[in-house]
Design a binder for this molecule. Structure first.
Ligand code: ATP
Length: 358
């Protein structure tokens, strides 16, 4: 879907990035000032590199050697930024229709009605942008971007300006866009939890370089040390089957191949639920002892990533195939004699429904 190799020098900042990806959702992640937005701007065409090449979906957007530079409006890269920039003097409907303005008629594949429906903006069409809430503005911005039948949807911190409820709404929406419209997405995000939930691949950018690329759970632990407070942001996201609601105690039991998960809430829905488990809320044990912890998952240590000096991120292969990352001290690992390949139990003190965390 995307292949790029670009260089750009600014005063005090040098970017030199090469990557290839076929991910449905590729995330750019890294510390502030690393160059994530700059890379996004290079793909969108609003910034020119000193040299390089960018190909999306087989179309060359930029090739300095051969003097190719498609201007932003010809790239068909749908752009959604933190603050959806809508034209204030145009009603919502006209703002959305503007999306296809630069798309040649023959290439206008995006179904207006389906987009309006998926994004739930039908009732907003006659409104003025100034009267919309942040979440509504974001949805209108997305509708406009999708209507351009984009080869790629570029989202730069689309959720940063939203509160928790709106954020969840947009996360769910992005999942639907990915599944229903099949538009590849590049998501710039400083939130490890957002990436773990949405992306199938993450590129970690530090000081203008891509320092790692791979499945989120493989590369996020290494990236956590680059980011202030990063270790607190690592959250696992597991899907488990709702087995029973215990009305007397107000808890819900979920069944996962690695063990039972107990959520301290009544879950009204049936079927499956997605739960969030913070890496720092996990204790590792060699055997499940008598404790108050009620979520105990069986796994094997697949990877140990030392973070700074004291802390280690331990990736477990859980029974059933999921991965789980725990943040524990290196001291504890050594004292327990835990190493690669060890069988362990992950004791989880508090499990939340994913919806509450995001
Ligand atoms: N228009 C610009 N002109 C000059 N320098 C810029 C410009 N935009 C960004 N920079 C600089 O380029 C570097 C990379 O910035 P960029 O915005 O790409 O980082 P980022 O990873 O997106 O950071 P953040 O997470 O804080 O948004 C920084 O040193 C920044 O100060």
């Amino acid at each position: 879907m995307i292949s790029l190799d670009v260089r750009l020098t600014r005063k005090g900042f040098e970017l030199d990035c090469a990557l290839q990806s076929d991910a449905r959702i590729l995330a750019f992640h890294g510390p502030s000032g690393a160059g994530k937005s700059t890379l996004a701007h290079l793909i969108a065409g609003v910034t020119r590199p000193d040299s390089g090449r960018i190909v999306v979906d087989g179309v060359t957007l930029l090739d300095t050697e051969n003097r190719v530079f498609l201007p932003p409006e010809k790239r068909r890269v749908g752009v959604v930024f933190q603050d959806a920039l809508l034209f204030p003097h145009l009603r919502v409907k006209t703002n959305i229709l503007f999306g296809q303005f630069f798309t040649p008629k023959a290439e206008r594949r995006a179904p207006f009605d389906a987009i309006i429906q998926t994004l739930g903006v039908g009732h907003l069409l006659e409104r003025w942008p100034a009267t919309l809430s942040g979440g509504e503005r974001q949805r209108v911005g997305l509708a406009r971007a999708l209507l351009s039948s984009p080869r790629l949807l570029l989202m730069d911190e689309p959720m940063a300006a939203l509160d928790h409820a709106r954020r969840l709404e947009i996360v769910t929406l992005i999942e639907r866009l990915r599944d229903e419209f099949k538009t590849p997405i590049v998501l710039v995000s400083h939130s490890a939890e957002e990436i773990a939930r949405l992306a199938d691949e993450a590129a970690i950018i530090n000081k203008g370089r891509i320092v790692a690329q791979g499945p989120p759970l493989d590369v996020l632990p290494g990236a956590a040390r680059l980011i202030e407070g990063g270790r607190f942001g690592l959250i696992n996201s597991l899907v488990a089957r709702i087995a029973a609601v215990d009305e007397a105690y107000g808890v819900t039991r979920l069944s996962h191949p690695a063990g039972e998960i107990l959520v301290a809430a009544r879950i009204a829905q049936a079927g499956e639920a997605r739960v969030a488990i913070k890496a720092t809320d996990i204790t590792l044990a060699k055997a499940p002892a008598e404790t108050s912890v009620r979520t105990i998952l069986r796994g094997r240590i697949a990877r140990i990533e030392v973070n700074g000096n004291a802390l280690a991120f331990v990736t477990l292969d859980l029974a059933g195939g999921d991965k789980l990352i725990a943040a524990v001290t290196r001291l504890a690992l050594d004292e327990l004699g835990l190493a690669l390949g060890s069988q362990v139990y992950a004791l989880v003190k508090s499990v939340a429904l994913d919806e509450r965390i995001l």
